[in-house]
Design a protein around this ligand. Structure first.
Ligand SMILES: [Zn+2]
Length: 374
């Protein structure tokens, strides 16, 4: 029966092309050993006489793709909701699509079941490739390496996404080719994953986002947000630079009640003076904590608006948290060295990549034979 033969061939070719599309982009890499921050000097993203903060959020889903992806509101409703709460900068992160109404062009990458997602800022092109499941370190790194070529700023979204890690800390220690981590997200906070990356010497700017799907839901909007050390009316380029430099503080709202701008304390200064870290907050808070290498607590002060911590020889990076009954705030990190140095994606292990491709092609050839001949 000739129609059966045609059917078998079309099925075989479609399956082969699908497998090739998903599996071919996987590469193998030579990973560098973790290299904690080092040097006599300290890089401090908050090294300014006075700190001016602007409120920001970079993870918002609008109604798109015909309602296929979760997202209730059109851009105009999103705009008025965030403007009325005092947000200066925000971006709409539809999946695999830059929303033309988004003030900052970005999208959320990732359709795989693992939910290893990235927020891709100012992309030149949209990367459609992702991997369904299961993940190896090379698959994580391949996704970042492919994305790295398409945009100036890549943030790994929600490494912890309740109830599991989309990107575990022991994998993050080895990955490179990204610039920021979405440490705070309504679906899960990733403090320990972030500390793993920082401890391994990967400077990752902190981002905090509410990941809103419906701005009218008080359990969603302003549950997390970012304050950027940047005046309002900065250009898109200045915004990207500030993010790359780590000029951010993330907030977590304790209650499911939207919180307005100005209704929470802010950092007045974070300085390194005479080998000490000096922190001042706009009002007295319950506690201030300094965190260092390995996520260890280095200092705590309670019932105060300031703290001074004599920096120790073994400190590689330092970050500050403060706690109030209403919010918890996390600063991006200060680190040893000349700047927020980030590593390029690791060099490819071409021999292994080609070995993998050979195995893949043989596997597909066998499968095709099986489908056509049976
Ligand atoms: Zn996501």
């Amino acid at each position: 029966m000739p129609w059966l033969k045609t059917l078998r061939w079309s099925l075989g070719i479609t399956t082969s092309l699908l497998l090739l599309g998903v599996l071919w982009p996987i590469r193998c890499y030579h990973y560098e050993a973790p290299r904690p921050f080092s040097g006599k000097r300290w890089y401090n993203p908050f090294d300014q006489d006075s700190l001016t903060w602007s409120r920001a959020n970079f993870h918002i889903h609008s109604r798109t793709w015909g309602g296929l992806t979760e997202g209730e509101n059109p851009p105009s409703v999103i705009d008025s909701a965030y403007r009325s709460l005092g947000f200066t900068y925000y971006g709409i992160t539809d999946y695999h699509r830059v929303n033309p109404a988004s003030p900052i062009p970005l999208y959320e990458h990732g359709w795989g079941l693992r939910k290893f997602h990235q927020l891709v800022f100012a992309p030149k092109t949209i990367l459609w490739w992702d991997f369904p499941w299961p993940f190896t370190q090379d698959i994580y790194q391949s996704i970042l390496a492919h994305l790295y070529e398409t945009a100036p700023l890549i943030a790994i979204a929600h490494p912890f996404f309740n109830p599991y890690q989309t990107c575990p800390g022991d994998v993050l220690r080895h990955l490179s080719g990204y610039h920021a981590i979405e440490v705070l997200n309504r679906y899960g906070d990733s403090i320990s994953e972030w500390d793993s990356a920082l401890s391994a010497g990967h400077y990752a700017t902190l981002l905090a986002n509410d990941n809103v799907h419906d701005v009218h839901n008080p359990h969603q909007i302003t549950t997390r947000w970012t304050e950027i050390l940047l005046p309002p009316q900065a250009s898109q380029d200045q915004l990207l630079q500030a993010l790359l430099q780590g000029k951010t503080v993330g907030y977590k709202n304790i209650y499911a009640v939207p919180i307005e701008e100005g209704d929470y304390p802010v950092f007045r200064h974070i300085r390194v003076v005479d080998d000490s870290l000096s922190v001042l907050i706009s009002e007295k808070v319950d506690s201030i904590r300094v965190i260092g290498q390995g996520g260890q607590v280095r200092a705590i002060a309670t019932g105060t608006d300031h703290l001074r911590y004599p920096i120790r020889e073994e400190d590689r990076y330092l970050r500050v948290e403060f706690y109030t009954p209403r919010v918890v705030a996390y600063s991006s990190a200060l680190c040893r060295g000349e700047g927020p140095v980030r590593r390029l994606p690791p060099p490819e292990n071409s021999a292994l990549t080609w070995l993998w491709r050979l195995a893949l092609l043989s596997g597909i050839a066998l499968l095709l034979r099986f489908i056509v001949r049976r």
